[in-house]
Each structure stands twice: as C-alpha cells, then as structure tokens.
Ligand binder design. Structure first.
Ligand code: ZN
Length: 271
C-alpha cells in the first residue's frame, strides 16, 4: 500500500479531487480529516495524535469499506484484509470487472466425515451475521500469538464458532507442544492473521468461511491467496508438521484443499 492508493481510494469514494501523485499535502489531509469526522464511530482507534501513516491507512480502509470492498476493522493497520480489499478495488478499477479467484480441488484433498462440507456450513454453523455471532465462543490460549500485521501486539483469545472451538484450541496447544514457543516465533507460526470476520469470499460472491467462524489465517504475506507450492512458505518441509497437526484436529489447510491461500485453515471440507 502506498500514498497513491490512499489518494485513489479517497477520490473513488468522493472525498478527494487532487492529483494522484503520492504527495500527501493539504488537500489530501483535508480529505483524511473529513473521512475521520464522518466515520469516527467506526474507527477503532483515535486518529487525533496518531502517526500520520496510521491515519492514512485508516482513511483508505474507511473508503474501501464505503466502496464495498470489505477491508475489515478501521484500525489503521495494513493486514491481509486491507491488502486484499485494495487488490480487489484496483482490479475492478483497472479492468472494469470483479476479479475471480479460482479454487479448484487438489486431488487427495483431506476431509473426514465429522467435518461439515462447505455446502453444509449454514446448517451446521448458522447463517452469517447475528445467527453465527450468537454462537461464537472465545477460546483462551495458554500462550500468546503475535498479531501478524502489528507484531508488538499479541492475542491470547480467539473468537471462533462453538462447534469448531475445542478442535482449534486442541490444535494450537498441540502445535505449541510440538514446536515450542521459540521455534514457532522463528517460523512465524505464531503470527495470527484473523479468525471470525463477517465478509464475502475474496474474488467471489459467496460468504467466506471466516463469516461462519470456522476459518483462521496465519502469517499472511508469504502465504498469499494466489501463491501456490512451492512458493508459499507453508509448503516448506519445516511446516509439514504444523499442517499435519491442524489437519488431525479437523482444521484443514487450504493449501491441501485448493492448492493456494496457505495462510488459511478451515473446519469445513470441500464438497
Ligand atoms: Zn482465511
């Protein structure tokens, strides 16, 4: 994300009519201030006195949100949701159409009768929105995960669907017992990149598994939505046990389901 992206999204959302030159001058700041005033109830931090870059990121998130690209929380941090919302916006702006991201089943994709099929998730987990939210459970971890896009911040609690929560907690405890905290840190397995999120699937129109509370992401940047083996970091041998442990606890790695999006694990199998 750079300053041109901020200007472009602010212009597309109708807050800015200066140059798309990457120079954040008085016109850009006036637009940012206007956005902060209009959306202050949705900001998850106080932009007054914040770092300039965080205010710019938040303005971009507010604009992407208004334009319907689902960047997640307006928090001023560039995480995978912000990155992907921006990618979707730029694709549409450049080509005039929505990007379609294919997700074709890998042969030998894992499953298991206890795990709901993707086509059954609404019956098992509920309809996205209030129905799913009522059934979210907070799991407490006996150790901390780092927030992938803001590594000084940590999380010990994750909100996940009650039908998938025990399996996830058991999986993460088993991962920690296997690797230990130092090795997890070194490999980036402790970089938590999001779980429950009420949004549509990237490059598609159906609900994301995240909207059912049955998906979690780790270490997004080297395990991107479009990155396949052997380029994705989690394809490397050091991570095989991590994937095996998650899979053994019914949290299936996307890289073994549709061969990309290695950051993503879900308690749902392909149809
Ligand atoms: Zn995901």
């Amino acid at each position: 994300m750079d300053d041109r992206d901020v200007q472009m999204t602010m212009a597309a959302a109708g807050y800015y009519n200066g140059g798309i030159d990457g120079i954040i001058g008085p016109k850009s700041w006036a637009a940012v201030a206007g956005i902060e005033t209009e959306f202050k109830n949705r900001y998850r931090f106080d932009p007054a006195g914040s770092y300039e870059n965080r205010r710019l990121v938040a303005a971009l998130q507010a604009c992407l949100n208004k334009l319907g690209f689902e960047p997640g929380t307006i928090d001023g941090w560039v995480g995978p949701n912000t990155e992907e919302a921006l990618n979707a916006f730029l694709f549409k702006k450049t080509t005039g159409r929505d990007e379609v991201i294919p997700r074709e089943r890998v042969s030998g994709a894992p499953g298991g009768a206890a795990i709901p099929k993707q086509s059954e998730v609404a019956a098992v987990y509920g309809r996205p929105g209030a129905e799913v939210e009522r059934r979210l459970k907070t799991i407490e971890l006996p150790f901390s995960l780092r927030i992938d896009w803001n590594l000084r911040q940590t999380a010990r609690r994750i909100r996940v669907h009650e039908e998938a929560a025990d399996q996830l907690k058991a999986a993460l405890v088993a991962v920690r017992d296997h690797y230990g905290p130092a090795r997890m840190n070194e490999l980036g397995i402790d970089r938590y990149a999001g779980c429950y999120n009420h949004r549509k699937i990237r490059g598609g129109t159906s609900w994301s598994m995240h909207a059912y509370g049955c998906a979690i992401d780790f270490y997004a940047a080297p395990n991107g939505l479009r990155t396949r083996c052997p380029d994705a970091l989690f394809c490397k041998p050091d991570y095989t046990d991590f994937l095996d442990i998650m899979e053994a606890h019914e949290w299936l790695p996307a890289i073994r389901l549709w061969g990309a999006d290695a950051m993503h694990f879900q308690r749902a199998r392909l149809d």
